[in-house]
Design a binder for this molecule. Structure first.
Ligand SMILES: [Fe+2]
Length: 169
């Protein structure tokens, strides 16, 4: 790997990480949506899949904006988060409890992305990449919204069902 000597270099490296993270996520979200049982949760994940595809597109725009090729670099963190999600789905678990776990797994992903986009947005601003900063801020806001929506779904539907699930049997 080439030596990173400038903030610009580091900025590009961080973008590559996010680009790969988002691409990994577009492949993982359909499996999570399929595993979720609460319709509200399933729908929210499917909706975020579409948003994620647009975010990949937006990152391509950011690369174009700074005159760099749109390339990814294996994001080990996203890989780990997705692996944990898959392990959860593979487990012998009550569907209502699986939903609670899926919300948690999805929120871990969102928080990772929020940290990543917050970082690159700050870098873009300080480097004078105004357009890139606007685009990255847009995605950051979408990730925050997705996170809030997951919290809402957990409180309103998923957690309530999980509490009741043990009572019936
Ligand atoms: Fe994303």
């Amino acid at each position: 790997m080439p030596r990173i000597t400038t903030l610009e270099d580091l900025f590009v490296e961080e973008l590559k990480d996010l680009f790969d993270a988002e691409n990994q996520l577009t492949r993982a979200l359909p499996k999570m949506a399929k595993a979720a049982t609460a319709p509200e949760l399933k729908e929210a994940i499917e909706e975020h899949l579409e948003v994620t595809k647009q975010q990949v597109e937006r990152l391509t725009q950011v690369f174009a904006e700074i005159g760099k090729p749109a390339k990814g670099k294996r994001c080990e963190a996203m890989k780990g988060l997705i692996t944990e999600g898959k392990e959860l789905i593979a487990q012998d678990i009550e569907p209502e409890l699986l939903d609670v776990g899926i919300v948690g797994a999805a929120q871990k992903v969102e928080h990772y992305e929020m940290a990543g986009y917050g970082t690159v947005r700050s870098m873009a601003t300080i480097l004078g990449h105004k357009e890139a900063a606007v685009l990255l801020d847009q995605t950051l806001k979408e990730e925050q919204e997705a996170d809030k929506k997951l919290t809402m779904i957990a409180k309103k539907y998923v957690n309530v069902r999980a509490m009741k699930s043990g009572e019936e049997g």
